[in-house]
Design a protein around this ligand. Structure first.
Ligand code: ZN
Length: 278
């Protein structure tokens, strides 16, 4: 299992340069790059600088986060999504980063699950056809908030299966899985090849639907059945990568190096019972 760092974990005070330097120092295999941090980086550096960094380093780019709220958008908003998709595909070509997280829309009103599925399948397919030209994969991330249009594992998995394209899979995020009561039984029957990204984290013990990203904790420190998720992933044959992804303001205020170091230690502690850390 490769260990990955998601830049949300240091979002408030860090930069891509700093995260890269410190993740390399602390032996991460992979990084998930945030779109806003990339745009900020490119005000001081070029895409070729980034490619040079990865060429000289052990750490490699794994995915971009994220194209947000891809469904139920107006023409102007869709245009921006397409612009960002093209931008990330082009940067991805240069630095060899071939996955993009895509996120469903919140607060859409009273559409039925069938209507949400139709819109999600249509939109993901449209974006995936463009991504395919760049050999890029899209990872659909359901969000465990009550007002997110896709908020449970089986709903997201069904959408991805219906899309039926090789370059479309899902993001499994422990927090989102737990927060709206997704079921281990549904994960047990998933095809591991359709899990494109695995986000690890934990959560304070709030009632279903009440937790938000700021209630995330280091894996092992909270109420999520991480062991159940990890043992299921092992049993279905998933062992590609695990990415530490927190959004906790308290950790944002730590020294960046301490957050990056702790993230790796907590991740390895959580997974080493089930997986070999490469
Ligand atoms: Zn996530």
């Amino acid at each position: 299992m490769k260990i990955c760092f998601n830049q949300a974990t240091t979002m408030k005070n860090s930069t891509l340069e700093k995260d890269l330097e410190l993740c390399e120092k602390h032996g991460y295999d992979l990084i998930e790059i945030r779109l806003d941090k990339l745009q900020d980086y490119l005000t001081r550096n070029t895409v070729n600088d980034l490619a040079d960094f990865f060429a000289e380093s052990k750490i490699k780019p794994f995915a971009f986060n994220a194209l947000e709220f891809i469904t139920f958008r107006n023409e102007k908003e869709n245009e921006e999504i397409l612009n960002n998709l093209n931008f990330l595909c082009q940067v991805g070509q240069v630095i060899n980063c071939k996955r993009i997280v895509v996120v469903p829309t919140f607060d859409i009103g009273d559409y039925t699950k069938t209507e949400i599925k139709e819109e999600s399948v249509k939109k993901i397919t449209e974006l995936a056809m463009i991504a395919k030209q760049f050999d890029v994969k899209l990872a659909f991330e359901f969000v465990g908030y009550p007002y997110c249009s896709v908020n449970r594992f089986e709903q997201a998995y069904d959408i991805v299966q219906t899309v039926g394209l090789d370059n479309v899979g899902i993001v499994l995020d422990c927090f989102h899985f737990h927060a709206m009561g997704s079921r281990i039984e549904d994960l047990k029957v998933a095809n591991p090849d359709k899990i494109f990204i695995f986000h690890i984290d934990d959560s304070e013990d709030l009632p279903m639907g009440a937790a938000r990203d700021d209630k995330r904790l280091w894996p092992g420190d909270g109420a999520i059945n991480i062991d159940g998720i990890l043992s299921t992933l092992r049993d279905i044959g998933y062992d590609e990568m695990v990415s530490i992804e927190l959004f906790r303001p308290e950790y944002w205020d730590w020294e960046i190096e301490k957050t990056i170091k702790t993230g790796k230690e907590k991740t390895i502690d959580a997974i080493s019972k089930y997986f070999i850390v490469q």
